[in-house]
Design a protein around this ligand. Structure first.
Ligand SMILES: Cc1cc2nc3c(=O)[nH]c(=O)nc-3n(C[C@H](O)[C@H](O)[C@H](O)COP(=O)(O)O)c2cc1C
Length: 185
């Protein structure tokens, strides 16, 4: 037996994206976005409400960064999803995040979050979604292995679990993509 829940935006895993933008005065804003993902192979899509400070900043500056919230920064990540830069002038300071300017786009990188996509605003779709072109991916050396690749034993991104409003850490490796299925060929 299965239980029906009707129309829900339950999707697994939903990311916890932290979107970094510059405000008009050059200070940084950050917000939490779960409704977003990869678009095509080299772009991202964000489903952002028009009234968010982040949305206005993306239009004004033409750029944003996407970082992946991790297990060490759950409180900061949730805070930037609860409070708007429209009303809290010190949002970034209060969040505990610090930023440096991206070398590639006019947007801030959040120092505490090790993986960032640096994106140029490409377009807004007819239904209001924001599409960004990935210009660069930068990763903090602290989460690289000794061959210079991302080490998932050191990087602990979290997912948003919408049925129970939880944050869950992505866990152990259970398989090899593009390989394990060959056992059944
Ligand atoms: C877990 C979580 C996920 C969220 N996902 C989105 C989202 O995908 N799109 C959106 O417009 N707002 C989303 N929000 C709400 C914004 O993060 C929130 O309104 C924030 O205050 C906007 O900040 P800003 O006005 O400084 O840009 C989310 C909040 C949380 C806590």
């Amino acid at each position: 037996m299965r239980k029906n829940f009707g129309k829900k935006s339950w999707f697994y895993p939903l990311p916890v994206l932290i979107i970094g933008t510059y405000n008009e005065d050059g200070s940084s804003d950050a917000m939490n976005a779960a409704w977003g993902g990869l678009y095509d192979s080299d772009k991202v899509v964000l489903c952002l409400s028009a009234g968010h400070k982040t949305t206005k900043n993306i239009h004004a500056k033409g750029a944003f960064t996407v970082a992946f919230a991790d297990a060490d920064h759950v409180i900061s990540a949730d805070y930037v999803g609860l409070v708007s830069g429209n009303t809290e002038q010190n949002k970034l300071e209060k969040s505990g995040f610090h930023t440096v300017k991206s070398e590639f786009v006019n947007a801030p990188i959040i120092c505490e979050l090790p993986v960032a996509l640096e994106c140029k605003f490409l377009k807004e779709t007819d239904d209001g979604n924001i599409i960004g072109q990935i210009i660069n991916v930068s990763i903090d050396e602290n989460v690289l292995d000794n061959t210079g690749h991302l080490d998932m034993a050191k990087f602990h991104p979290i997912a948003f679990e919408p049925a129970n409003n939880g944050y869950h850490v992505l866990g152990e490796r259970v398989g090899n993509a593009f390989k394990d299925g060959t056992a059944l060929k």
